[in-house]
Design a protein around this ligand. Structure first.
Ligand code: ZN
Ligand code: ZN
Ligand code: ZN
Ligand code: ZN
Ligand code: ZN
Ligand code: ZN
Length: 215
């Protein structure tokens, strides 16, 4: 929900509403306020799946529920079901889409195996906007809900450097060009616990060529 005071808002950082369209897209806490606080929400932009999903008949609020009961209600805020399926994860998905959308789930779950972003370290801007693989020297990695995206880096969403560990590891020029540290060499190598989401290669077939980065 956009704050009606906009840039003149007396509360700014403490305000529960977003102050620009970009802030709505990049601020997880404010993004979530797109869901109104009443139980009468019929907003197509409501951004969480109800805890009753996929069995809406279990929801005590019924049609008055402020959370989405069907995937269609969240439109393109969600990945396609096949893209969420752990069995069908592809390198192309990991490079171009993984962690570029906010998690719609309200229940406790293992973030390692979730394709959605949960905080700023986890969140990735779409790499096709053109940021480079080099870590941003200005980015503040602490995940305090109070600091806005532009407080973490003065270049904000337009920054030409990588923000957060996921943007760096899954960058098209970094993805699977270095070896996974979770597995040892030789016969009795350990299984990688991050698969199928690991950003590092496990064998020569998995390995991608190093492409020199030009700023
Ligand atoms: Zn405000
Ligand atoms: Zn809502
Ligand atoms: Zn519900
Ligand atoms: Zn999640
Ligand atoms: Zn930056
Ligand atoms: Zn691995």
């Amino acid at each position: 929900m956009l704050c009606r005071f906009g840039d003149n808002c007396p509360l700014m950082m403490d305000c529960p509403f977003a102050h620009s369209k970009t802030e709505l897209l990049v601020h997880p806490a404010k993004f979530k306020t797109r869901c109104c606080d009443s139980f009468k929400c019929f907003d197509d932009n409501c951004c969480f799946l109800c805890g009753s999903y996929p069995n809406p008949s279990n929801c005590p609020y019924g049609t008055r529920c402020r959370f989405a009961h069907r995937r269609q209600e969240l439109g393109n805020l969600l990945f396609r079901p096949s893209e969420e399926n752990v069995q069908e994860i592809t390198d192309e998905f990991l490079i171009l889409k993984y962690k570029t959308k906010w998690c719609p789930h309200l229940y406790q779950h293992n973030w390692t195996y979730c394709v959605y972003a949960h905080n700023y370290q986890d969140y990735r801007r779409n790499p096709q906007v053109g940021y480079g693989p080099v870590p941003c020297p200005f980015w503040d990695p602490r995940d305090t809900a109070k600091s806005s995206y532009n407080d973490r880096c003065k270049f904000g969403a337009q920054c030409p450097f990588s923000h957060g560990s996921k943007e760096r590891a899954y960058h098209p020029l970094n993805f699977k060009v270095s070896t996974c540290q979770d597995i040892g060499p030789g016969e009795d190598r350990a299984e990688c616990t991050r698969e199928p989401f690991c950003a590092f290669y496990h064998n020569d077939l998995d390995k991608r060529p190093i492409v020199p980065h030009v700023m």
